[in-house]
Design a protein. Structure first.
Length: 308
């Protein structure tokens, strides 16, 4: 397959992020090191130079990351692609009193890198309370200043979580990584992010095809796939990309990865088609189990406050 140049999005700090990313959570969670290494090589060789990782700190395991950062590191090395060409994201959970600099050092060691391109605060609720979250953000600012993270941002932040950060931030988050698909559009949240110069990245973009089927967008996905001669997944990814959203997917299949790379940049949805999917999607609500998982293992002060 001829190499495809993935378009980039300019962040508020001037850095550029590739719009399509390969993720190491979900299906790759806790994968065996050799398997993750092979998947990393496969993804990079298919043109996915933006890799989305995360630490997974105790109590889940004494290992770090989505429990596979070392495998990603081995894969990066084996791919032979120069470090500067890759865009590596990882995340810190942000538990109460967590030492962010030390967490990043652990991630860098596992990844075999001396910097990450993007470091994210994984969730807004695990730091024991609002001051804890603000404290973690200040520590992220410090690691950006140290040069160990080129850009910093957040993940799973709703409007009130962002407002909490704004009260103490010297640096505005460059990006907010959210679950997003037709059945979880978050009302005005994307506009709120952009109004404040925060780019939007999304995970689980294919939920309407994978976990939440059947549903009201099935027909329009099939119709548009036929019209453009692509797969329904390509339509699902394009619906995000056409909204200027950095889109994170994953796959164990080289065929699928090559297909996304070839097809999603070969067509565009017209505004009426984007709108049609959005409107139909609002008829159903679906959210994956990721946040319940994080809440179970790391705590959620918002839920605890509501229960009290
Ligand atoms: N920040 C956060 O809190 C957070 C949370 C969750 C995820 N993430 C990130 O986002 C990445 C992507 O998330 P995701 O896996 O939910 O993305 P997704 O793109 O919605 O789903 C990808 C999964 O769908 C499967 N799939 C694709 N097409 C299919 C089809 N036609 N039929 C059945 N299955 C199909 C793939 O399996 P195959 O292997 O068969 O292709 C793969 O496991 C994660 O790896 C992680 O890096 C971040």
């Amino acid at each position: 397959m001829a190499p495809v140049t993935v378009p980039t999005l300019k962040l508020n700090d001037g850095n550029e992020i590739p719009m399509l990313s390969y993720g190491f959570g979900t299906a790759n969670f806790a994968g065996a090191e050799d398997d993750i290494k092979d998947k990393t090589v496969m993804a990079i060789k298919s043109g996915y130079y933006h890799l989305d990782c995360a630490e997974c700190k105790p109590p889940i395991s004494l290992l770090s990351c989505y429990m596979n950062e070392s495998g990603v590191g081995a894969g990066i090395k084996a791919s032979g692609v120069e470090r500067e060409k890759l865009f590596v994201t990882t995340k810190v959970v942000g538990t109460k009193n967590q030492d962010v600099d030390a967490a990043l050092d652990t991630s860098l060691k596992k990844l075999g890198l001396d910097y990450v391109d993007l470091y994210l605060l994984h969730v807004p609720f695990s730091a024991g309370g609002p001051e804890g979250t603000q404290n973690i953000w200040k520590q992220l600012e410090a690691v950006q200043e140290s040069g160990k993270a080129k850009s910093i941002g957040v993940s799973n932040f709703m409007q009130d979580d962002l407002e909490l950060i704004f009260k103490v931030a010297k640096i505005t988050p460059a990006i907010n990584q959210l679950e997003y698909h037709p059945y979880l559009q978050h009302g005005d949240l994307l506009d709120f992010n952009r109004k404040h110069g925060i780019a939007v990245a999304v995970y689980s973009p294919l939920s309407a095809i994978t976990a939440a089927r059947p549903g009201p967008v099935d027909e329009v996905y099939a119709e548009l796939a036929k019209k453009y001669g692509v797969s329904e997944s390509d339509v699902g990814l394009r619906w995000c990309l056409d909204q200027n959203i950095v889109t994170i997917t994953t796959s164990s299949s080289k065929e699928r990865l090559d297909g996304y790379m070839k097809n999603t940049f070969s067509f565009r949805l017209v505004p009426q088609e984007i709108e049609r999917i959005s409107e139909l999607g609002k008829q159903k609500h679906y959210q994956g189990l990721g946040m319940a998982f994080m809440t179970k293992y790391y705590g959620n002060y918002k839920v605890e406050q509501e229960a009290a």
